[in-house]
Design a binder for this molecule. Structure first.
Ligand code: AMP
Ligand code: ZN
Length: 113
């Protein structure tokens, strides 16, 4: 955890966010600039920068995040499919350096992705 990391602060409840799910390892909230009718961000509570700095010790956690996506997408209104996106590093277009899984769904057209 770093004090300057906005997603760590959301996970700790220090910054408000539209949380839709949380457990001891994972927090899920609505993207503040949604690019689709349903746009969730799934983060680990642990501060991991991205997949390039994740290790084998995170495999179960990463699997849990992916496995949770369909349920939350459906619950939030993405009833006809969804997309998951993970941006990694500068060439991956990553803006926030705390690993996050974008979950995008709902009726098209979408703004981007
Ligand atoms: P990325 O380019 O993958 O790093 O995407 C970062 C995402 O975080 C963008 O889609 C932003 O809209 C979103 N974001 C940034 N700050 C917040 C916030 N405080 N609450 C919710 N979403 C945020
Ligand atoms: Zn963080």
């Amino acid at each position: 955890m770093t004090d300057s990391c906005i997603f760590c602060r959301i996970a700790k409840g220090e910054i408000p966010a539209g949380k839709v799910y949380e457990d001891d390892e994972i927090v899920v909230f609505r993207d503040i600039h949604p690019a689709a009718p349903v746009h969730l961000l799934m983060i680990p509570r642990e501060h991991i920068e991205n997949l390039m700095t994740a290790g084998s010790q995170h495999e179960t956690l990463l699997g849990r995040m992916i496995a949770l996506a369909p349920r939350l997408a459906r619950e939030q209104g993405a009833t006809d499919g969804f997309r998951i996106v993970i941006n990694n590093g500068p060439d991956g277009g990553q803006e926030v350096y705390h690993l996050h899984v974008h979950v995008l769904g709902g009726p098209r057209p979408w703004k981007r992705f």
